[in-house]
Ligand binder design. Structure first.
Ligand SMILES: Cc1cc2nc3c(=O)[nH]c(=O)nc-3n(C[C@H](O)[C@H](O)[C@H](O)COP(=O)(O)O)c2cc1C
Length: 202
C-alpha cells in the first residue's frame, strides 16, 4: 500500500545486502545442473509458439525467444527437438510467436504440459478476422504475434534452434507482459509509476 513515509525501496522489497556481505559462488565447470540453476535467475518474457497440427492450432510455451535482426526482420526460438512443435515446424516451415500478456497465464500453463494435448483452437483469433496472408495461429490477448517462415534450423544438443523471417506482425493493443523467472510466473512493476505515487503520497 502506498502511504506517506513509504520509500520506493519499502514498496519494492529491496534486498538490503551491503557490498561487503556479497558472496561469490563460482563454479569452474558449466555442468548441466549449475547451468540450469544459473539460468533460473533469468527473468524474461513468455511466448507461446503456435503451429498447425493435424490442421488445428497447437501451442507450446517457450521462453527461449530473441529478435535476431531488423532487416530482414528475423527472430529465433529454441524448442526441444522431441516436441510436437519441433516436428510441426520442420514439416510446415511456418510458426507463430505469441508474446504473452498477463491475461494469458492459463494459456501458458496449458501449453507447457509435457506430453499433453496442446490444441489451442479455443484461444485463437478467427481466421476471418485476420488478413489472408497470416498463416500461423494467432492467440487472443497477446501483446504481439509474429507470423514467421523458417529460414534456418539446426539442432544443438537437445534443442532445435529455429530462425524465422517475420512475414506479418499483429499487435492488437497494449497489455502488461507476463514474465517468468526464478521458477515462477511474475508480473512487471512500473517503477516510474510507483515513484510518482510515492511522491504524491509524501
Ligand atoms: C515458462 C516456460 C518456458 C518454457 N520455455 C521453453 C523453451 O524455451 N524451450 C523448450 O523447449 N521448452 C520450454 N518450456 C517447456 C515446454 O513448454 C514443454 O516442455 C512442452 O510444452 C512440451 O511439449 P510436448 O508435449 O510436445 O513434448 C517452457 C515451459 C515453461 C513453463
Amino acid at each position: 500500500m502506498i502511504e506517506s513515509g513509504n520509500t520506493l525501496g519499502d514498496l519494492l522489497g529491496d534486498d538490503d545486502v551491503g557490498a561487503d556481505a556479497a558472496q561469490w559462488a563460482l563454479e569452474t565447470q558449466a555442468d548441466p545442473d549449475t547451468f540450469r540453476a544459473a539460468m533460473g535467475r533469468v527473468v524474461g518474457s513468455v511466448t507461446v509458439v503456435t503451429t498447425r497440427h493435424d490442421a488445428r492450432a497447437w501451442g507450446m510455451t517457450v521462453s527461449a525467444f530473441s529478435p535476431v535482426c531488423m532487416e530482414p526482420a528475423t527472430v529465433l526460438v529454441c524448442v526441444n527437438a522431441r516436441t510436437v512443435t519441433a516436428v510441426d515446424i520442420h514439416r510446415e516451415s511456418r510458426f507463430g510467436v505469441n508474446l504473452l500478456s498477463q491475461d494469458q497465464l492459463s494459456v501458458s500453463q496449458l501449453c507447457s504440459r509435457a506430453g499433453a494435448v496442446k490444441y489451442v483452437d479455443d484461444h485463437v483469433v478467427a481466421s476471418s478476422q485476420l488478413p489472408a496472408e497470416v498463416a500461423s495461429p494467432v492467440l487472443r490477448n497477446s501483446l504481439v504475434t509474429f507470423d514467421c517462415e523458417v529460414t534456418e534450423a539446426r539442432t544443438v544438443g537437445s534443442h532445435l534452434v529455429v530462425m524465422g523471417q517475420v512475414r506479418a506482425v499483429l499487435a492488437p493493443d497494449s497489455r502488461r507482459p507476463l514474465l517468468y523467472g526464478q521458477g515462477r510466473y511474475q508480473r512487471s512493476v512500473d517503477i516510474e509509476e510507483l515513484l510518482t505515487m510515492t511522491e504524491a503520497a509524501a
